[in-house]
Design a protein around this ligand. Structure first.
Ligand code: AMP
Ligand code: FE
Ligand code: FE
Ligand code: ZN
Length: 293
């Protein structure tokens, strides 16, 4: 349990991707937790942001635009968060669209593999579970759970859809560098998500020339020693400090409470200040780096 003041949870998933609550419900939960600000950071989609911001206006909660992009490099997964990009981030929207389409193909392949194992599941069931959201393994897991194939959502991952299990399918992924560049080109602030989960600190350093600006120092799966380590690293490398719960909502199989992890408002102000210094087109990428660094 961290002792820092928590005014903002900068990492929350909603039904726009694999969270179980709507953006409106996430905002209400933020309000109940006494937060001042919330960032909706769905996997590969920005669809939850506008409804979240409308709810935020009604409830008096500041809702920041964010996205989480899962990338792959040298066999390791790096998750890159992007904050405060331009509303008209066309290049980003087009790339995210491509990633989401690839997710549908991949879900279909997972369903085929499950059917080959004799399990009765269809792509439509998985799509229904996701509503119109970005399709992910958690949706497959929830269908298996609801149909009684597994007794817990976690069991679906462990038995079927983790790497090495029989229904796992890789998916199309950007490299971390591409994700960082894409966020910068959209005027956004790229942040390395939960680095404690990979522990590959040298890669944080390598992403700075591409435009990385922050580290998610506080996260539900970082213990206090890990957070301290990344706080020091951020200070040493001149990177911003962010934090969030990575809550996927109630009934998600990962019951992490929204607002339990986060940052004081000062960190939000720093993030916004950084965002304002960046301009939103490819030509100003280099100029931004000089201006900001
Ligand atoms: P995908 O992007 O479709 O590969 O799904 C990734 C999501 O699956 C993560 O964001 C988590 O929500 C969930 N997830 C990944 N690994 C596990 C695991 N071992 N147990 C439970 N959920 C997991
Ligand atoms: Fe997720
Ligand atoms: Fe993540
Ligand atoms: Zn996340």
């Amino acid at each position: 349990m961290s002792t820092i003041q928590i005014d903002a949870d900068l990492h929350v998933h909603t039904t726009a991707s694999d969270g179980t609550w709507s953006p409106e419900e996430a905002v209400r939960s933020a309000k109940e937790s006494g937060l001042r600000a919330l960032a909706i950071a769905d996997h590969d989609t920005v669809d939850g942001i506008q409804p979240g911001q409308e709810a935020g206006n009604r409830e008096g909660i500041e809702v920041l635009a964010a996205v989480e992009i899962n990338t792959d490099f040298r066999g390791s997964q790096f998750h890159i968060l992007g904050y405060l990009f331009d509303g008209a981030a066309d290049k980003m929207a087009a790339e995210l669209q491509r990633i989401r389409e690839a997710r549908v193909d991949r879900a279909s392949q997972m369903v085929d593999k499950l059917r080959d194992l004799g399990i009765d599941i269809t792509l439509d069931e998985v799509r229904d579970e996701a509503s119109d959201g970005s399709l992910g393994r958690p949706h497959v897991a929830r269908v298996l759970y609801k149909k009684g194939v597994v007794k817990e959502i976690q069991e679906a991952f462990d038995q079927f859809i983790l790497p090495g299990r029989p229904a796992f399918v890789e998916r199309y992924k950007l490299t971390p560098t591409d994700a960082v560049r894409m966020i910068r080109e959209s005027g956004g602030v790229p942040v390395m998500a939960h680095p404690g989960l990979t522990g590959q600190d040298e890669h944080i350093r390598e992403l700075i020339p591409a435009g990385l600006i922050g580290i998610e120092v506080y996260h539900s799966h970082h213990n206090p020693a890990v957070s301290r380590h990344y706080e020091k690293l951020a200070l040493k490398l001149g990177l911003l400090i962010t934090g969030g719960s990575d809550s996927h909502g109630p009934d998600s199989g990962k019951p992490i409470r929204l607002g339990r992890t986060g940052v004081p408002y000062e960190r939000v102000a720093q993030l916004k200040e950084a965002g304002e210094k960046l301009c939103g087109n490819a030509e100003c990428g280099e100029q931004n780096e000089q201006k900001y660094r």
